[in-house]
Each structure stands twice: as C-alpha cells, then as structure tokens.
Design a protein around this ligand. Structure first.
Ligand SMILES: [Zn+2]
Length: 90
C-alpha cells in the first residue's frame, strides 16, 4: 500500500491514482507488492534456515521499498549468519 503520493505528499491509501495531483500510483503499488513478497520470502528463508534465500530476498525487498522491512530483515540475516559460528545440526 502506498501511504502517500511521492509527487505531492497527499494521502493515497490504496489508490491507483492520486486524488490530489492525478499522479499514477499503480507502478508504485506493484513495486510495493513485490517488496512485500520479497519480505515474505526472506522470512520463509529464515524460518527454513535457508540463509542464502533470506539474504537475497531481504536485499531485494530493501531495494524495492527502502522504508519497509527489507533493511531490518537484511540486518537480521547478517547478524544471524555472523553469530551462527556453531551450528547444532538443526
Ligand atoms: Zn499526488
């Protein structure tokens, strides 16, 4: 969901076209959706212990949505792989 129009800053909750300036937000909505999908994939990677997937998807989410969870997830993956010096076979 695009919270605000990037052109004029008007609130545009879920709108495909900004009500104030008419700026098309559909592309942004698609990017947002892709970012959320990447975030979900990153979480899935973490849950499944697939750090390569988690790192890749978190990085993708971070590029797609700089204010989203991508940077948090990427930080978590980095912290996790740095702290996972010993593994317990699980
Ligand atoms: Zn606007």
């Amino acid at each position: 969901m695009v919270a605000r129009c990037p052109a004029c800053g008007a609130r545009a909750p879920g709108a495909e076209v900004c009500r104030r300036c008419g700026c098309g937000l559909q592309g942004l909505l698609q990017i947002q959706a892709a970012a959320w999908q990447a975030e979900r994939q990153a979480v899935r990677g973490l849950l499944q212990g697939d750090e390569a997937l988690a790192r890749e998807e978190a990085a993708r989410a971070m590029v797609l949505d700089k204010q989203g969870m991508g940077s948090v997830l990427a930080g978590f993956v980095a912290w996790r792989s740095a702290s996972a010096v010993t593994r317990c076979g699980g």
